[in-house]
Design a protein around this ligand. Structure first.
Ligand SMILES: C[S@@+](CC[C@H](N)C(=O)[O-])C[C@H]1O[C@@H](n2cnc3c(N)ncnc32)[C@H](O)[C@@H]1O
Length: 306
């Protein structure tokens, strides 16, 4: 299995409001969500699936070939959704799905370097044509930059110690594999905290390599202009940094005047641009978590554009 999609029924329920519309799956991966979307849509409804990963695009295109011209896989960063729309000369988009992070397939291939439990090169690029990889960051960033990456993107308390240990190690020899990085991190973390620290350090590097948080912010902002009135945005996030960005963006765009209460009239002219459809994030059921443990951390938020 390339990737088991999470919260599929909820995704389709929140996203599809016009069965003949054009939908953008910004993170097509193995095409599981796209397949469910296409099944819900009418014969006029279409899905464009974006990904940065060639293997995902090939897999999804072949899996969904039965839908003919109603599905198209396109190599693009979802932060460029405005360009995608312009290049395809598309009408306005009825809905955007972002199922963030990496696919099981990417994690399962040791050479991709996403997993700390398998030996592989320090890569972590979703787009293998991109120049920057984890190898460059680990071996060439200043100690302070490394510390900031681990602290900001990993929320790792031992960020400074890990950064220092990496710099000391690479003065002896370049750190080229996941196993070597695991060894360095293990030296400065207690056995009790090791797995969590490794998960945080690897998460932080992955976010930095792929500029994941900047991509998310850009896509949310652009979706305001690219989506049709009544269009839906559905985002599934897997860690608190992503979820906070989505929550705050939705709150900000759902609010009206932000003038201080002491002002007699509004001077900011701020207008609300969306309606939040999920008061609290939607989580997977116990049954889904049992069947697909990856769904445990998933949080789905949805909004409707005015
Ligand atoms: C969690 S998986 C999506 C799984 C998919 N929903 C399915 O049903 O199989 C995330 C996918 O998004 C892709 N991705 C991550 N960031 C991206 C970005 N900024 N632009 C396009 N694709 C991205 C990854 O390469 C990965 O294939």
């Amino acid at each position: 299995m390339f990737h088991e999609p999470v919260l599929t029924q909820k995704v389709v329920d929140f996203l599809i409001h016009d069965r003949g519309g054009l939908y953008l799956d910004g993170t097509v991966g193995g095409g599981g969500h796209s397949a469910a979307m296409l099944e819900r849509l009418s014969e006029q409804g279409r899905v464009i699936g974006l990904d940065l990963d060639d293997e995902a695009l090939q897999y999804a295109q072949s899996r969904l070939s039965g839908f003919g011209a109603r599905f198209q896989a396109v190599k693009s960063n979802f932060k460029n959704l405005d360009q995608v729309r312009d290049e395809l000369q598309s009408e306005k988009i009825a809905g955007l799905l972002l199922d963030l992070g990496v696919s099981s397939h990417q994690i399962d291939i040791p050479e991709r370097g996403f997993s700390f439990s398998a030996e592989g090169g320090l890569d972590m690029r979703m787009n293998r044509e991109q120049a920057l990889s984890a190898l460059q960051i680990v071996n060439h960033s200043e100690q302070q930059e490394l510390r900031d990456i681990f602290r900001t993107y990993g929320e790792e308390r031992r960020a400074g110690l890990v950064a220092k240990a990496i710099v000391a190690q690479r003065e002896k020899a370049e750190i080229t594999t996941t196993r070597e990085l695991v060894d360095v991190v293990s030296r400065v973390t207690s056995r009790q905290h090791r797995i969590k620290s490794l998960a945080r350090i690897f998460q932080a590097l992955r976010i930095a390599v792929n500029e994941e948080l900047d991509n998310l912010r850009a896509a949310l902002e652009k979706s305001m202009d690219c989506l049709a009135g009544g269009g839906r945005i559905v985002v599934i996030s897997y860690h608190s940094l992503e979820d906070r960005i989505v929550k705050n963006f939705f709150r900000q765009e759902a609010s009206r005047c932000e003038c201080p209460p002491e002002l007699p009239v509004c001077v900011c002219n701020k207008r609300d641009r969306l309606r939040i459809l999920t008061k609290r994030p939607v989580r997977a059921s116990e049954d889904e978590i049992l069947a697909n443990p990856r769904s445990r951390g998933a949080k789905l938020r949805a909004a409707e554009i005015f």
